[in-house]
Design a protein around this ligand. Structure first.
Ligand code: MG
Length: 161
């Protein structure tokens, strides 16, 4: 039976290392550490891409943008997000809404949340009201708490446009 609404879930983890650029939710954040990755390391966008791909049962980000491909070295993850949304569009789906939670001990992300929402909404070509970004520490517990890395989980709803 045809389903007009579908949900998807995504999760990603990246290591933090000193001296790298910190890019999160499409926004560059001044900090002394950044994410180790083949792309720009935007762990929030990666989780959102996986949620969107999952909603359409189209596999995951590693399948579409392999980290063994030189094409994606250092790539701005907003480009990947745009491509995911166009894959959905080709199949007749539009983005309903997206919600994600970033788990990271430092820096304080509150001042950047609205800029992230704006950047993500622009990349997905949806209204900013459809995009939610939340951040939490893990009370110093686990790898996020030890500031070794960050994790992001995301959910997305897509609908038959
Ligand atoms: Mg990733």
């Amino acid at each position: 039976m045809e389903c007009n609404f579908r949900i998807g879930h995504g999760y990603d983890v990246h290591c933090l290392q000193e001296g790298l650029r910190l890019v999160l939710g499409g926004v560059e954040i001044p900090y002394d550490k950044g994410f180790v990755a083949h792309s720009d390391g935007d762990v929030a966008i990666h989780a959102i891409c996986d949620a969107l791909l999952g909603a359409a049962a189209l596999g995951d980000i590693g399948l579409h943008f392999p980290d063994t491909s030189a094409d994606f070295a250092g790539i701005d993850s907003r480009v990947l997000l745009r491509r995911v949304v166009s894959l959905l569009r080709e199949r007749g789906y539009a983005v309903g809404n997206v919600d994600c939670t970033i788990r990271m001990q430092r820096p304080k992300l509150r001042p950047y949340i609205d800029r992230m929402r704006q950047a993500l909404a622009e990349a997905m070509e949806v209204e900013v009201e459809r995009v939610s970004v939340k951040a939490t520490t893990t009370e110093r517990l686990g790898f996020e708490g030890r500031e070794e890395g960050a994790s992001v989980s995301a959910v997305a709803l897509i609908y038959r446009a």
